[in-house]
Design a binder for this molecule. Structure first.
Ligand code: DER
Length: 207
């Protein structure tokens, strides 16, 4: 299977297994989530589901509006039943690298508000250790004025030009102490289950 078809398989399996009537659903960002929103919309129409969606980015908000789904926010729905989102890479402990699309802070907030955080990905994201497949490092969101001091602090602590080389969880909590860091793209201990669309057309889950 091509990666796009694998994304669709994972997305449909996750929506079919975790979406039911009267839910508040966190909608992730990126390309894989588009298939999940397509399937969610199909089910809402066919089964007349009462679903409210909370976006994780401007893109997710547009997806919700364009599909005619009910848009809400954390002010009105601070507790979500389920959040579905993609990932740039997933390791065997379900630690994620996210933020390739640049909205990791909103994504982590929404994922953290959900009873169940479900990840959807194609086989390319399935990794034994972070950094094996994903070569763009761990996104760290900073406020602009802190960019240079944070880059230097990360480089000093982890080596290289802030390229992650070691214990990712250490990176996550340590770098949160660098002044000016808003959030990192490491989602540690958050994902409940990952659905991988595989090259052979099967769907593999990891809990
Ligand atoms: O930027 C993000 O956090 C996205 O969710 C990313 O992790 C997955 O994007 P993709 O579905 O386009 O691969």
């Amino acid at each position: 299977l091509m990666a796009e078809e694998a994304k669709k398989l994972a997305a449909y399996a996750a929506v079919d297994n975790h979406i039911q009537n009267n839910q508040v659903v966190g909608v992730g960002s990126g390309s894989t989530i588009v298939y999940a929103v397509d399937r969610l919309t199909e089910r809402v129409r066919q089964e007349k589901l009462n679903i409210v969606c909370v976006p994780t980015s401007f893109q997710a908000r547009q997806l919700i509006l364009q599909h005619g789904l009910t848009l809400s926010d954390l002010d009105r729905h601070p507790e979500l039943d389920v959040a579905i989102d993609g990932a740039d890479e997933v390791d065997t402990a379900l630690t994620l690298i996210k933020g390739g699309g640049g909205c990791l802070t909103q994504e982590k907030i929404v994922a953290g508000c959900a009873k169940h955080f479900i990840v959807i990905a194609d086989y390319r994201k399935d990794s034994k250790a972070l950094g094996q497949q994903w070569k763009k490092g761990v996104p760290v969101e900073v406020i602009p004025m802190a960019y240079v001091p944070v880059s230097r602090a990360i480089a000093r602590r982890f080596g290289g030009e802030a390229v992650l080389r070691m214990a990712v969880t250490q990176m996550n909590c340590l770098s949160l102490f660098f002044k000016g860091v808003v959030e990192t793209g490491l989602f540690v201990g958050m994902a409940e289950r990952v659905y991988f669309g595989m090259e052979d057309g099967s769907v593999k889950t990891r809990d």
